[in-house]
Design a protein around this ligand. Structure first.
Ligand code: ADP
Ligand code: MG
Length: 323
């Protein structure tokens, strides 16, 4: 950060971002010019960065606790989609003003999720500027075992964790009744499916996390794999809260095109189905089969057997195209 900047940078870092860790892989954490980290032999590092920017990825006046949670959650979701175990994070935080109350709440949200997933904050940068948080996460997998998006095959089943469509409804709703509170929490506090992603290593043939809408992300995975799919609209995992709030038709549109779900979409070869069934009992979220990969590269959603045209996304949705 520049020396003429008014933010009391070291004070903020010391107060809110410097913590001891018992992670043996952290040779040196926050406080020097760079962190020194040590990964076990036989593992590979899996590294991802996602940035969230005020008014693009979250509305102004989003509670700082939720911004802290979300900044890490969207990154953990990328590690989950690779089947990786989270280890270390760095955080670049740009703040319009040095408001200690805001930063404290942000850090509380960030560390609550970090602790839940055993990921240590080992460094970062703090600057004055428009409000955004850029997090880089480092995870590990046994060498050669990361789950890619390009390795689905004809005949593999297509699955999704949790329910899709809640988050976009939560972002748009007024938040006045229990339903709306549930949906708003699904937007503000996405639950990255880290345990599920790790467990699916060796079972899923390909995997992607759903950040831009189920249809768009699924299509990315299918085209990277050189396959298409037959998919069932009636199989979409829709929460009761979403249906109650939006109606069945709109709920399906939200689920297909909404975005911000941070669920996992993955494919499973027929011979791995029994392994998936025994895993699913240990998942704390629903697991739903929505279709099957096909050699034909078309991506066909069907409703009662008839082709269903996926509606365009919502033009008033601020994050559209802003991943
Ligand atoms: P430098 O000028 O060497 O880059 P900084 O003042 O930017 O030093 O950072 C000092 C230390 O604080 C470094 O270890 C850095 O990684 C850490 N740090 C700075 N900002 C953050 C942050 N937002 N979160 C975690 N660590 C941070
Ligand atoms: Mg720096």
């Amino acid at each position: 950060m520049s020396p003429d900047n008014p933010l009391p940078e070291f004070d903020l870092i010391n107060r809110f971002f410097t913590r001891t860790t018992d992670d043996k892989g952290v040779v040196l954490g926050v406080g020097d010019d760079a962190a020194v980290l040590s990964a076990e032999p036989g593992t590979e590092l899996v590294v991802a960065t996602d940035v969230i920017v005020e008014q693009i990825h979250f509305p102004a006046y989003t509670p700082p606790h939720a911004v802290g949670h979300r900044a890490l959650a969207v990154n953990l979701s990328d590690l989950a989609a690779m089947g990786a175990e989270p280890r270390w994070a760095t955080l670049a935080l740009s703040l319009p003003e040095a408001d200690p109350a805001w930063v404290e709440q942000f850090a509380t949200g960030f560390f609550a999720l970090a602790d839940a997933h055993n990921i240590a904050l080992v460094g970062g940068d703090t600057v004055a500027g428009p409000l955004f948080a850029s997090v880089t996460v480092h995870g590990v997998v046994p060498a050669g075992e990361a789950v890619l998006r390009s390795t689905a095959s004809d005949g593999d089943g297509i699955y999704v964790t949790g329910c899709t469509g809640d988050a976009v409804a939560g972002r748009l709703c007024e938040g006045t009744n229990d339903n709306d509170h549930y949906l708003a929490a699904r937007f503000l506090y996405p639950a990255p499916r880290v345990a599920q992603g790790r467990a699916l290593r060796g079972v899923a043939s390909a995997m992607i996390d759903v950040s831009d809408g189920l249809h768009a992300d699924l299509t990315h995975m299918l085209s990277a794999s050189g396959v298409g799919a037959e998919l069932d609209i009636n199989a979409l995992p829709l929460s009761e809260e979403l249906i109650a709030s939006a109606g069945e038709r709109e709920a399906a549109t939200f689920a297909l095109t909404g975005g911000d779900d941070y669920e996992l979409c993955f494919t499973v070869p027929p011979e791995q189905e029994p392994a998936l069934q025994s895993l699913s009992d240990s998942f704390d979220c629903p697991l739903t089969r929505i279709g099957t990969c096909t050699e034909d590269r078309a991506v066909n959603w069907r409703e009662d057997g008839k082709l269903f045209a996926v509606p365009a996304g919502y033009s008033h949705f601020e994050t559209e195209g802003a991943d």
